[in-house]
Design a binder for this molecule. Structure first.
Ligand code: FAD
Length: 341
């Protein structure tokens, strides 16, 4: 049975989560669905006191709670309840919700409103929210009306007791640009709390890593070519710690009358950022920060984004797919020496 023990053994838990063990390489891997996308968690050298099935259930539970906290796709999530509440008084919320929104507001200030979670009304108007719409172009009047509700400065935060206050009752917060990153961080912290020292956590491309892979080498992170279709790596980056997130327009868009419209909206214009088959990848200590920064830098566009990344010491890499091939531009803080391809 040595043969079997060195091959991957697939165990399906609850039909929701896949758990693969490769005992030769001390690798255990969990896969599943969450937040409208897929997640993968790789662990090397699981401590012997931990049971993989129990850990899988804890991970599933943690992800469920995060969805219940941050999802606009669940009508009963804490965020949806806040969005549905028309009050302009302080509304009590949980401390984790305040933590995520505080980080969002910090990135909004840094990117001068390019990242802005109050953009939700515009996201929904353009058909990229949780409700199914026939893709179409909103009228100027609709965009103008929606823009009145978009400005991160219309949202106040209180730490203790935790509460939020919106200046207009029909504002709509959308945490899809930061929530996957928060989820990645929460799972990473769960693993670290169990003395797991070598892991990779990925939710829909936002990742956090620690230690080494099954070959005792740094984790190898693929940065995709920013083009529609089957994902293909443009570059591979070696990392032993920290987080990485990528935002782009090449996966989530619609075509209408010869034009392509992506899901990342410029809160200032009310329009999707001009489609250019591009992506920006950001490194940070937390996935939540990398996730939000990547979206914000994408909205700013390459010149302003690189200038901000230089000024604020952000490791950022832009990739643009043109007919001539791939062009890239990075801030000087991006670790070029760790790129393998
Ligand atoms: P990112 O660049 O990380 O984020 C882009 C998203 O942020 C946009 O789609 C929009 O929602 C929002 N956004 C657009 N412009 C801005 C801006 N200027 N500033 C800030 N935000 C902006 N999707 C489903 O289809 N089904 C689900 O059940 C589902 N559940 C989810 C639950 C949670 C908790 C979260 C966080 C997301 C969920 N999603 C779901 C959304 C899905 O994961 C999104 O497509 C994804 O989060 C967008 O990630 P991205 O990496 O493609 O783009």
């Amino acid at each position: 049975m040595n043969f079997i023990s060195t091959l991957a053994i697939l165990v399906l838990l609850n039909g929701l989560i896949g758990c693969t063990q490769d005992s030769k390489n001390h690798l255990i891997q969990f896969n599943g669905s969450t937040m409208g996308t897929r997640y993968t968690i790789k662990i090397i050298d699981l401590p012997s006191n931990l049971n993989p099935d129990t850990l899988a259930k804890e991970i599933t539970q943690q992800l469920k709670s995060i969805n219940h906290l941050l999802s606009t796709y669940q009508a009963d999530s804490e965020l949806s309840q806040f969005n549905q509440n028309p009050s302009t008084d302080w509304i009590s919320v949980s401390s984790p919700l305040v933590t995520v929104i505080q980080k969002a507001q910090e990135i909004s200030a840094l990117t001068q409103g390019a990242f802005d979670i109050t953009v939700g009304v515009l996201v929904n108007l353009w058909g990229f929210g949780p409700h199914l719409y026939q893709p179409s172009i909103p009228t100027p009047a609709q965009i103008q009306a929606a823009k009145q509700k978009v400005n991160f400065e219309l949202l106040d935060i209180r730490d203790s007791p935790p509460a939020l206050k919106k200046e207009q009752g029909d504002m709509y917060l959308d945490l899809s640009g930061i929530g996957k990153g928060y989820g990645v961080d929460q799972i990473a912290e769960l693993l670290a709390s169990k003395n797991i020292h070598n892991y990779l956590v990925d939710i829909g491309g936002e990742e956090r890593i620690k230690g080494h892979n099954s070959k005792d080498q740094p984790w190898k992170i693929a940065i995709q070519q920013p083009r529609a279709g089957i994902p293909k790596a443009a570059y591979t980056l070696e990392r032993t710690s920290g987080a990485i997130a990528t935002s782009g327009d090449y996966q989530n868009y619609f075509d209408y009358k010869d034009n392509r419209y992506g899901h990342i909206i410029n809160p200032k214009t009310g329009w999707p950022t001009p489609y250019q088959s591009a992506s920006v990848t950001v490194l940070s200590t937390t996935a939540m920060e990398a996730d939000a920064l990547a979206t914000g830098l994408y909205v700013l566009g390459i010149d302003k984004a690189i200038a901000l990344a230089e000024q604020s010491q952000i490791p950022a890499l832009f990739i643009i797919q043109s007919e001539q091939g791939i062009q890239k531009q990075a801030s000087s803080y991006f670790p070029y020496n760790k790129i393998l391809k």
